[in-house]
Design a protein around this ligand. Structure first.
Ligand SMILES: NC(=O)c1ccc[n+]([C@@H]2O[C@H](COP(=O)([O-])OP(=O)(O)OC[C@H]3O[C@@H](n4cnc5c(N)ncnc54)[C@H](OP(=O)(O)O)[C@@H]3O)[C@@H](O)[C@H]2O)c1
Length: 248
């Protein structure tokens, strides 16, 4: 598949490595231009590009940039052909994104994203911590393989998202439509808790919407106290112990 990946940060870099290693034709962009992309990231055959070029002729475009920055690239996303599948990895963190009134008023994050982009999205890879994502992928069928929820309204797009999650080393888990995707948002039992497919379904079902924001902010406060710097991501051991203690 031809895949355009926008963002080479904590999540984007692992998307580039794993999807190009799986044989996909990957073009990748960040905000600073193709010359700034690490050669090491291109070792499996991915090509550095501008954001517009990364999206051009892609079957799938994966957006892995801060939620607030999605507005910057909305015009490019809107211009994509209707059958291009757009996957978004983002989460809303007020400490990073500022206050977004619609989401604060209860709008599901992925529906807010779809409004900003002017087209439907697949929500995937938002509920795995960056260190787990980089280090805990396993071959399909491996015992204990971690599952990642994938939500979308369009069945074809969701199936493509599930297949690509599998290609990155995790069980793609069918989490249904976007209206229910608050169940995989920060603060939920299935968010960054590294569950298997067998445990993820009950965790999504157990989510309590009114508790998500408080639990998200508790996790951020603890991480900031422990790590000092809000841009540093926790290692998987600490991150998963923390989110399990707060969210489950
Ligand atoms: N970190 C996690 O554990 C985690 C887990 C799941 C989901 N997520 C979500 O996934 C998204 C990405 O997170 P991250 O931690 O990977 O972020 P990050 O490390 O801060 O990286 C962000 C990337 O986005 C690029 N970018 C920003 N604005 C852009 C624009 N207008 N055009 C093109 N590229 C742009 C940046 O480019 P430069 O390199 O040029 O600055 C950078 O490569 C966020 O929404 C986050 O909430 C994160």
């Amino acid at each position: 598949m031809k895949i355009g990946i926008i963002g080479t940060g904590h999540i984007g870099k692992t998307l580039v490595r794993t999807l190009s290693a799986a044989g996909h034709e990957v073009r990748v962009a960040n905000s600073r231009g193709p010359d700034t992309i690490d050669a090491e990231l291109l070792a499996n055959g991915a090509q550095a590009a501008t954001t517009a070029a990364a999206m051009q002729q892609a079957d799938v475009v994966i957006l892995s940039i801060p939620l607030l920055r999605l507005r910057d690239i909305a015009p490019l996303v809107q211009a994509l052909p209707p059958d291009t599948v757009v996957i978004d990895t983002s989460n809303y963190y007020p400490v990073r994104d500022g206050t977004i009134d619609g989401i604060e008023a209860g709008q599901v994050e992925s529906l807010w994203v779809a409004d900003v982009l002017g087209r439907p999205v697949v929500k995937a890879w938002n509920a795995i911590g960056s260190d787990s994502f980089a280090r805990k992928g396993q071959a399909a069928g491996s015992p204990g393989r971690i599952a990642i929820p994938v939500a979308a309204d369009d069945a074809r797009a969701r199936a493509i998202g599930i297949g690509l999650v599998n290609d990155t080393g995790f069980d793609g888990f069918d989490a249904g439509g976007l209206a229910d995707s608050w169940r995989q948002q920060p603060g939920a039992p299935g968010y960054c808790t590294d569950l298997t497919s067998g445990d993820l379904g009950p965790a999504l079902a157990a989510a309590q919407r009114e508790r998500l924001a408080k639990r998200r902010d508790l996790a951020v406060a603890v991480m900031q106290e422990r790590l000092g710097d809000p841009t540093t991501n926790p290692d998987a051991d600490f991150g998963v112990r923390l989110t399990r203690a707060i969210n489950m």
